[in-house]
Design a protein around this ligand. Sequence first.
Ligand code: SF4
Length: 308
Amino acid sequence: MHYTGTIWRPPYEANSLLLEVTAGCTHHKCKFCTLYAELPFKFKMSPLADVENDLLEARAFFKQQQARGLFKLWPNAGPARVFLTGANPFVLKAERLLEIAGMIARTFPEIGSIGCFARVKDVALKTEAELARLRAAGFDGLTLGVETGDDAALAFMRKGYQAADIVEQCRRLEAAGIGYNFFYLTGVSGCGRGEAGARAMAAVCNQLHPQRIGASMLTIYPNSELYQEIRRGVWQPEAEIEKYQELKTLVQELQRPVWFGALGASNAVPFAGNLPEDRARLLAVLEEIIADFSEEELQDYRQNLWHL
Ligand code: SF4
């Protein structure tokens, strides 16, 4: 299989076949981001011949495992879903995405859906007709790292869109029947603005229907532009305790049914549940974290997190 650099995927894509169709990020400008810093290029598309060879290799692997009887306990003798890797494969032209979906369908006819990371701007590049064709070809459950609905934070971090763009483009996904998930970046609004950031995110989510909201906590590495902004005194990070208060506000303010989780390594204490039914439990977990851990202990966790 062709895999370039660190492969990032959401926790809920753990059972998906990871297929490299791009590497890196077309945007590459967010001040806090160091995810693809190790790559010697900004963005690249995989040659379609490599994608096809990877699919054939994966097919042969699953057939071999099946022949050895290793799937006896599993209902499916292979993956039910493919996750296309790279920071934003959805930026690819619709025709290329459809070609890749065709290859997947020919090699793994049993695969029901295709997911990937997508930027808000990637959705804006597609027409309504193209979104409908992509949905018909299996694209569903995209993950958008929207980070926040706080316009000031989005502008400062150079995300390249505003809250209104998130709402507009996600409504277009909804109209095409393409489900989507959000990543939220706790702490992105900066010191003293955590609660306001959470309210702004809830205001966006309460107009939409994301299937999941996965929260990561801002972890600032020295090779990020944000680190330099802090050194220059332009921006101040939130205290760790403020980040948990921010999450509490977000959990309180989300009105529509949604899975909410904080599961990645950036969260010192992982938790997840469905809203609204698990709201009281999630709030109790967050209150317990705030009561039981000192700022120093949580800082210590963050400072020793050498890799996300
Ligand atoms: S946060 Fe996402 S969009 Fe921004 S530079 Fe990093 S990978 Fe690209």
